[in-house]
Structure formats: C-alpha cells, structure tokens
Design a protein around this ligand. Structure first.
Ligand SMILES: Cc1cc2nc3c(=O)[nH]c(=O)nc-3n(C[C@H](O)[C@H](O)[C@H](O)COP(=O)(O)OP(=O)(O)OC[C@H]3O[C@@H](n4cnc5c(N)ncnc54)[C@H](O)[C@@H]3O)c2cc1C
Length: 361
C-alpha cells in the first residue's frame, strides 16, 4: 500500500478560520476489501469502527498482542479536516501506554515537555507548580506531560499499526447500518467502490461524539449541555513566551474571563479564551476580532501568525453502560468531558489499553 510517511507531512504556515486546514494531513489510500473482491460476507473476531485516537490506540494495542482486527474509518486521514488539532496535552499514563505500543520516542521527539504551571487572577500569580519536583517520587520513565497536536499521535499510531501487521486498516469505509443477534453483529459499510456487509464477534464503537451506535443499540446516557463558550487561537509569535502552562482565572485582557496558554509542536501556541455565555461563534472567530483579542494580551508590537481559530461549546455526557450485546463503547462514544484537564483523548487511550488485553484474553 502506498502510504505517505507522516514524517514527510509539512506544517503549512498559512492561517485558516474554522474552514480549510492550517496543516496538511496525510492521506491514506482506499484498498478494495476482501468482501468486495470475493463478493462474500466475511466474519471477523474484532471490528473497530472509528480511527480517531481511541480506535487507533486499540488497533495498535491489539496488533501489539498479535490479535487480528479490522478498523473502519469513514475518512482517509487522521485528525479533523479543517481543524488545527483538538487535543494537545498527553498525560504520563498515556505516554506510558504509547511507550508500550512503540510510539513514545516519536512523540517525545516532536512534542513539547513542560512541567511548570502558573495560575493568575488579574496580575497576581495565585498558584504555581513544577511537576519535575513531583516526578522525584515517580517510578515512571515518562514525563508528566507532552504537548503535541492530536493528529501527530494518530499518524504515529497508523505507522506503528502498519509496522506490526495483524490489523486491517480500511479508510473511506463508513458504517451505515448495524444489527446484532446473540452470536454475531452485522455491519454495512459504504466505500468508494460500493457497499458491503461484514460480520463481527465483537464491535468496538470508537466513532466519537456523533456516533450512530447510540441510536442503533438504544444505549442509555446522561447528558448536560453548558452555555459556556470558548474560542481557540492557535498562533505563532516572533517572540517567545516561557514554555510553561499559564492559566488566568480572571484575565484583565479578556474582560476578566479565563484564558489558557500552552505551547505545542511546530512552535504553535494554543491560546484558549473564555467568551461570554452563548457568544456568537461567527463573530468571536472573525479575523479582526481575534487579532484585537491577541493584541490586548500581547501588545501591538508582537507579530502574530494565526494558524487556526476555532470557537467551541461543550457538553458532558456519560453512558449508563459501556457494553450493549456485542458492542463495546470507548473514547468519546462512552463519555464526553469538557476539554479542561485534557481528559477526553487521554481517557480514550486508557479505555483502549484496558479493552485491548481483555479482548485478547
Ligand atoms: C478544543 C478541544 C481540546 C481538547 N484537548 C484535549 C487534550 O489536550 N487532551 C486530550 O486528551 N483530549 C482533548 N480533547 C478531547 C479529544 O480531542 C477527544 O476526546 C478525542 O478526539 C476523542 O477521540 P475518539 O477517538 O474517541 O473520537 P474521535 O477523535 O472523534 O474519532 C472518531 C473517528 O470515527 C470516525 N467515524 C465517525 N463515524 C463513523 C462511521 N459511521 N463509520 C466509520 N468511521 C466513523 C471519524 O472519521 C473519526 O476518525 C479536546 C477536545 C477539544 C474539542
């Protein structure tokens, strides 16, 4: 299969506003699956639906254990087209899992290690920590955090799965229907070469927050939507703030609302501004409005190169059970948390690590 190496993918320095992409992402080729070649419905032990960070970590975990599986993803790339990156912070626990899977060195080489966090209220520093001091009491070989764009991790997972074999990665393969009985599940898959069906002993739903499996299985959930609004600006500067995580619980330059500031790979800073409740997404992400906001924080003299802007709102959701018959839910299909604390992707990685050895057993 002619797959581009993720190392070759270039960061593009143009800026984009919620549409388009600030990055060039790798594209993976569609390969005609055996079901279409043989015109036959085949049975597989494990079918993972969704190749985001959770699905790919599970696929890599299974491949690492030599377990055969099929992964279906509707897209032909990693990350989210048109978005810079959702996740940026990866915890020690995830980094330990990535070490086990053989991609930690790639992440450490590309990502940013940080240990100092400072919290400000107005101009006062009200709290700080240095995770290096805590790491004196840790047996882990991995650092407390690495900041890196989520799609880099997903790309390294794809590379690693290809190195390990065992897992059949199927791109441009959208699952459009599902049914199950007590012995197996049947999935319909739409591809550029037509639709086919396959059967699975176990289906793993890793399709993220817009999953169709909730409706297909009738699983129950608790859900809460907030009116909080945020607007991300991923930027590069001609001067460099310290490589520390800065948080303002009250930022004088943001009408006393909160701000988070982090460095990630490629020298890109994520500045995440809290907006007014129910703020208008189109207005808060307009270029002149974003530039004015950045100027208020960094001053007029600092040259800012905007990589991407993304307004967002969030909800919290959790399923009442993580299994319905032959389907397991993991990552964002199992629970959605707000982005603070970097728990979404990290808990998806932990879900995958947990499920991999259990499925293998
Ligand atoms: C602003 C922001 C910042 C964040 N920061 C962090 C952070 O710092 N650290 C962190 O850990 N998390 C963070 N998160 C959360 C994290 O991005 C998500 O929790 C994570 O992407 C969930 O991964 P997933 O694999 O479960 O789902 P997704 O990443 O949504 O992947 C789902 C996959 O399923 C595929 N798919 C969907 N439907 C189908 C279908 N019918 N058939 C086939 N394929 C399908 C999609 O193409 C996609 O590849 C952040 C989120 C946001 C919004």
């Amino acid at each position: 299969m002619n797959t581009p190496s993720f190392q070759d993918v270039q960061f593009t320095n143009g800026y984009e506003f919620t549409q388009g992409t600030g990055y060039t992402l790798p594209e993976y080729a569609f390969v005609t699956p055996p079901e279409l070649v043989q015109n036959k419905t085949l049975r597989h032990a494990v079918v993972i639906v969704g190749g985001g960070i959770s699905g790919l970590t599970l696929a890599c975990g299974l491949a690492n254990l030599g377990i055969k599986a099929v992964l279906l993803d509707e897209d032909n790339t990693v990350g989210v087209k048109g978005a810079s990156s959702r996740g940026i912070c990866y915890t020690q626990k995830s980094l330990e899992i990535f070490q086990k899977l053989g991609i930690f060195d790639r992440i450490a080489k590309k990502g940013i290690q940080w240990s100092v966090g400072r919290t400000f209220a107005g101009n006062d520093e009200v709290y700080n920590f240095d995770l290096k001091q805590q790491s004196n009491f840790s047996l882990s070989q991995q650092p407390a955090f690495i900041n890196i764009q989520q799609f880099y991790i997903e790309g390294y997972l794809v590379e690693r799965i290809q190195e390990l074999g065992s897992v059949d990665l199927r791109w441009q393969s959208r699952v459009t229907a599902f049914k199950q009985n007590k012995d197996f599940a049947t999935l319909s898959v739409e591809t550029p070469e037509g639709t086919y069906q396959l059967q699975a002993d176990h289906v793993i739903d890793a399709t993220g927050s817009h999953t169709p499996f909730h409706a297909w299985t009738g699983v129950g959930m608790e859900s809460k939507k907030g009116d909080d609004r945020w607007c991300i600006a991923d930027v590069r500067f001609d001067t460099h703030p310290p490589t520390e995580r800065h948080t303002w619980i009250e930022a004088p330059f943001n009408e006393n609302r909160a701000v988070w500031q982090h460095l990630m790979a490629d020298d890109v800073w994520r500045i995440d501004y809290q907006m007014e409740p129910n703020a208008d997404a189109a207005y808060i992400s307009r270029e002149d409005v974003v530039r004015e906001r950045l100027e208020r924080q960094f001053g007029k003299k600092v040259k800012v190169d905007i990589v991407w802007v993304g307004p967002y709102a969030y909800k919290s959701q959790c399923l009442t059970t993580l299994r319905m018959g032959r389907v397991f839910f993991m990552g964002d299909t199992a629970k959605i948390v707000n982005p603070f604390g970097a728990r979404g992707g990290n808990t998806g990685v932990a879900d995958a690590d947990n499920l991999a050895w259990k499925l293998a057993a």
